[in-house]
Ligand binder design. Structure first.
Ligand SMILES: [Zn+2]
Length: 575
C-alpha cells in the first residue's frame, strides 16, 4: 500500500467551530421532543454554514506549512520483514580497522547494553555481574542491569554489598520475581482474561519489583521478561508502577526491528542487530561480531535517523557451561529449592575468553565516533513521545481523520506519531466537543489509552445510523474512555454492538464531512473494518514460545489474541 500524505491548513478555525456550535445549539432547539433522532432544520442553518464553507475554502487555498500525517501501510506482516537489500561496502583494508566515513553522516548509533541478571543459584555469577559492571564503569559506559527479585534477595542474603554497589552504578531494571520457576509469566497469564491477567501480574511480580528497588535503592526503570515468557497483561501493571521501557528480546510484537510504543511503554524489543553480535557457543566469533558491527554501523550512520543496537548478555553465561535454569526448570520441571542443582562451570580459561570477547567488543564499538551508549531511561529521552501533552489543532484533527480507513493502524507524522487508540481519542474528543458545544476545550493525550479488553466479531454489513444517535454515542464513548482508560470492546449504535475499528472509521468520515462541507452529516455509515496494526503482533504457535523452560509444546492462543487487541497502542518511536 502506498504511503498517503495529507496536508492541512495553518489557519485557526476556532471562529468556525464556535459558529458551528451555535448552529448545533439551534438544531437542538428544533428537534422533536419525542423523536429518538435529532432532526435538524437544515435550511435555517445552511446559509450560515455556506458562508463558513467559503471561509474554509479560502483557508484551503491559503494552506501551507501544515502538519502532515501518513498512515502506516496496513496489512504488513511487520515483525519479520526482510532486511534492507542494499549493501554497504566495508571501508578500509581490514574489517577491524576503524572506518573513515567518506561523507559526513547525521545518523547516530545508540547502543543499549543490558544484562539479564537472573541466576540466583550459582554464586560465581554474582562475581561475573560485578566484573561486568566494574569494567563498564571504568569505561564510562552506562548499562542497564535487569535483575530478578530472587536474585536481589539472594545477593542480600549472601551479603554481596560489593556486587550490589557495582551494579547500582548503572541503571537497574526488573526481570520478574522468580524467572524460571513455574508457572512463569506467560504460563500463568495464558488462560487469564485481560483484567484478571493484569491483577495476577501485579500479585505475583510486584513483591520482586519492590525487593529489587529496596536492595539497589533505586526504582527499576525497565522490564524484560524471563526467557520468552512474554505477556501483554504485564504492560498496564508496569506502566502503573512507573516502568517506562520494555527492554527485552522476543518475537511476540515488533516494528521492523525499530523502537516502538506498545502497551504504554517504550519497547526496545524484537530487534535484529544486537543478536548478530552475540557470542557463539565457544565465544570464538569475535572477529565476525566486529565485522558485523562495522557493517551495521555504516548502515545506520548512512541513515538520517541513525539507529539502535540492543545487545544483551547474561552475567551467568560468562561462568557456566549451561544455563542455571535449564539445569533445574527445563520442560516444566519445578523442583523445590533443596533439590536445585548447580550448573557446570566453565574452566577459568573459558571464562577469561568470554570476558575478553565482551571487553574487546565493547572497546571496539566505543571507538566509533557516532556511537553513543544509552541506558533504558536514556532511550526514553532520545525517543520521547511528542504526542503526549501535544494540543491538537482543528487542522490536525482533520488531517488525522483524513488518514483513517478500514485498515485501522497507527499514523506516522513529521513531528509526532499516533497509535490507533490515540487517533480514536483525538477524533472522538473533537466530535464530543462539537456535540457538547465546547469545541474550544483542548484536545490533549494525557494518559495511555489501552486497547479493548476483549474481541468483538467484525461487522459483516454496513450500518447506517442517524446523526442524532451517533452524537449521543460519541458522548457515551468519551465518558467510557475517560473513565476506563481503554477503547471499548463494543460500541452501542442503533441497537447493534459495533467493533471500535468500524466505529473509528465512521466517526473519522463524519469529521471529514463536517470539515469539508461545513455541515453535519444526516447519517453516518459504519462498515466492516479491521485492526491492521495487529499484523505487527505475531500469530500464536509453539515456535513463538521457544524457551526450554516451557513445558513441551506450550503455546498461548488466548494470550496472543489479547496481545493483538493491544496493537491499538502500537506506533513507531522516533527521535
Ligand atoms: Zn533471564
Amino acid at each position: 500500500m502506498p504511503l498517503r500524505i495529507f496536508g492541512v491548513l495553518p489557519l485557526s478555525l476556532e471562529p468556525f467551530l464556535a459558529t458551528l456550535s451555535d448552529c448545533l445549539h439551534l438544531a437542538e432547539s428544533v428537534k422533536s421532543a419525542k423523536s429518538a433522532d435529532i432532526i435538524f432544520d437544515v435550511i435555517s442553518i445552511s446559509r450560515k454554514l455556506t458562508m463558513l464553507a467559503a471561509i474554509w475554502a479560502a483557508a484551503i487555498l491559503l494552506g501551507g506549512g501544515a502538519p502532515v500525517f501518513a498512515q502506516a501501510p496496513g496489512g504488513g506482516p511487520g515483525q519479520n520483514p526482510p532486511p534492507p537489500s542494499f549493501h554497504i561496502p566495508h571501508i578500509g583494508g581490514s574489517r577491524q580497522e576503524r572506518p573513515q566515513p567518506e561523507t559526513p553522516t547525521e545518523g547516530q548509533v545508540y547502543i543499549l547494553l543490558w544484562f539479564d541478571t537472573d541466576d540466583y543459584i550459582l554464586p560465581q555469577s554474582d562475581d561475573a555481574a560485578k566484573r561486568l559492571a566494574v569494567f563498564l564503569t571504568q569505561q564510562g559506559i552506562p548499562a542497564t542491569f535487569e535483575v530478578v527479585g530472587e536474585t536481589a534477595r539472594t545477593l542480600q542474603q549472601r551479603q554481596r554489598q560489593d556486587v550490589i554497589s557495582a551494579l547500582a552504578q548503572h541503571e537497574i531494571g526488573y526481570h520478574s520475581n522468580t524467572h524460571s520457576q513455574h508457572p512463569t509469566v506467560a504460563e500463568y497469564e495464558s488462560n487469564l482474561d485481560w483484567d484478571s491477567g493484569v491483577e495476577e501480574f501485579s500479585r505475583r511480580e510486584r513483591p520482586g519489583f519492590d525487593d529489587v528497588a529496596h536492595v539497589f535503592r533505586k526504582a527499576p526503570v525497565a522490564y524484560g521478561q524471563p526467557g520468552a515468557s512474554w505477556a501483554p497483561q504485564a504492560f498496564p501493571a508496569l506502566e502503573k508502577w512507573g516502568v517506562r521501557v520494555y527492554l527485552g528480546e522476543g518475537k511476540q510484537v515488533g516494528l521492523r526491528g525499530r523502537p516502538f510504543w506498545y502497551g504504554g511503554l517504550l519497547n526496545i524489543f524484537n530487534t535484529r542487530e544486537g543478536e548478530q553480535l552475540r557470542p557463539d557457543a565457544n565465544w570464538s566469533n569475535l572477529d565476525m561480531a566486529k565485522a558485523r558491527f562495522q557493517d551495521t554501523y555504516l548502515t545506520l550512520t548512512s541513515q538520517k535517523a541513525g539507529g539502535v543496537i540492543s545487545l544483551y548478555f547474561h552475567p551467568c553465561e560468562f561462568v557456566e557451561k549451561e544455563f542455571w535454569d535449564a539445569v533445574n526448570f527445563r520442560d516444566g520441571a519445578n523442583p523445590p529449592p533443596d533439590q536445585w542443582k548447580l550448573p557446570a562451570l566453565k574452566t577459568p580459561e573459558e571464562t577469561e575468553k568470554a570476558f575478553q570477547y565482551f571487553e574487546d567488543l565493547v572497546h571496539f564499538m566505543k571507538s566509533f565516533p557516532r556511537v553513543q551508549f544509552l541506558t533504558a531511561s536514556g532511550a526514553t529521552e532520545r525517543f520521547r513521545d511528542h504526542a503526549t501533552m501535544h494540543v491538537f489543532s482543528t487542522q490536525e484533527v482533520g488531517a488525522i481523520a483524513g488518514q483513517v480507513d478500514s485498515e485501522v493502524t497507527f499514523q506516522a507524522g513529521e513531528s509526532l506519531n499516533l497509535s490507533a487508540s490515540e487517533v480514536f481519542y483525538v477524533i472522538n474528543k473533537y466530535l464530543a466537543g462539537i456535540v457538547q458545544r465546547n469545541a474550544s476545550e483542548p484536545i490533549v493525550l494525557q494518559r495511555v489509552l489501552y486497547g479493548p479488553p476483549a474481541p468483538l466479531a467484525p461487522l459483516t454489513a454496513k450500518l447506517v445510523v442517524p446523526w442524532g444517535q451517533v452524537a449521543r454515542t460519541i458522548l457515551d464513548v468519551q465518558d467510557e474512555v475517560d473513565r476506563t482508560g481503554r477503547i471499548p470492546t463494543a460500541i452501542w449504535l442503533a441497537g447493534q454492538n459495533v467493533p471500535p475499528e468500524s466505529y473509528l472509521v465512521g466517526i473519522a468520515q463524519a469529521t471529514q464531512i463536517l470539515m469539508q462541507k461545513a455541515e453535519l452529516p444526516d447519517t453516518v455509515t459504519f462498515g466492516p473494518a479491521r485492526l491492521a496494526a495487529a499484523d505487527y503482533v505475531a500469530e500464536d504457535s509453539p515456535d513463538l514460545w521457544d524457551w526450554v523452560i516451557f513445558p513441551h509444546g506450550f503455546h498461548a492462543p488466548k494470550l496472543m489474541s489479547l496481545a493483538k487487541l493491544q496493537a491499538w497502542t502500537l506506533k513507531p518511536a522516533s527521535k
